[in-house]
Design a protein around this ligand. Structure first.
Ligand SMILES: [Zn+2]
Length: 261
């Protein structure tokens, strides 16, 4: 990257806390677990729970992880299943029913009833975490490579041909959603993405200045230190600096960017 972003910035990750606080009863219809109530009735019987079974209301709920809850009120058992398990087969819902009802009625849930749940849950949790992470990152980051004034894909290909023998693989290129205060560009090795500060996508910013910032990030792509995620500060070795000066308009671009407001 060029220049350091202020701490905690520039992406300002938002969390889905609003969803977590949705009060009971305000969930939309599509949150209902299909066949969930019948499954819970069945497991209630199979575990030999005593007394009259409650009515079951079984819904998916956007818990952050693998949390499932049951609360009995007015002869209705309100079950919330983590929506990480959306699309899970019946055997998995049976496993959750066994675990929750066993806890509620002080019964023992046979291990074999939980097996499908345990294995499904581990995989589902992993992939849902990855998905959320990717979505959040994508949302907070760039838009398209073609800006109002400068087209990053075109510039990348040209630089690639001129300085890298065409051997660089073009990553995803984008302009930042918002203008950053200090950082001009960044290469995120973990995501395989180069972002440039939207502030550079202006008529009064000459192409050589944009190109220089892009060239700099391409050097980071060429010489990855490690996987640098979230555009953290990357160091520049003397060799890196030497290579950077190979850019034809290096002096001019550096001078221009120094004055840029
Ligand atoms: Zn850098």
């Amino acid at each position: 990257m060029i220049r350091r972003p202020p701490p905690g910035r520039p992406y300002g990750e938002s969390r889905e806390s609003a969803l977590k606080q949705t009060p009971m009863g305000r969930l939309s219809k599509n949150a209902i677990v299909a066949g969930g109530a019948a499954t819970f009735q069945r497991i209630f019987t199979r575990l030999g729970c005593l007394g009259k079974p409650p009515e079951f209301s079984v819904e998916f709920y956007p818990y952050a992880g693998l949390t499932h809850t049951v609360r009995v009120r007015n002869e209705t058992a309100h079950v919330r299943v983590s929506d990480v398990l959306r699309g899970a087969p019946t055997a998995v819902i049976e496993g959750i029913a066994a675990i929750l009802l066993a806890r509620l009625y002080k019964r023992r849930a046979p291990v074999e009833m939980q097996l499908d749940y345990r294995s499904f849950a581990a995989t589902a949790l992993m992939s849902s975490r990855m998905q959320r992470l990717r979505k959040r990152r994508a949302r907070n980051r760039g838009t398209v490579s073609r800006g109002r004034w400068h087209d990053l894909n075109m510039l990348y290909d040209r630089l690639n041909a001129a300085y890298f023998g065409g051997e660089m693989r073009r990553p995803s290129l984008a302009w930042s959603v918002r203008a950053w205060r200090r950082q001009l560009g960044c290469f995120d090795g973990a995501l395989g993405q180069i972002l440039l500060n939207r502030r550079l996508d202006r008529e009064d910013v000459p192409e050589f200045a944009v190109e220089y910032v892009l060239y700099h990030e391409m050097l980071h792509q060429k010489h990855p230190l490690r996987l640098v995620a979230h555009c953290r500060l990357q160091s520049h070795s003397p060799a890196f600096r030497r290579e950077e000066r190979r850019y034809a308009h290096y002096q001019r671009a550096a001078r221009f960017l120094k004055r840029l407001r």
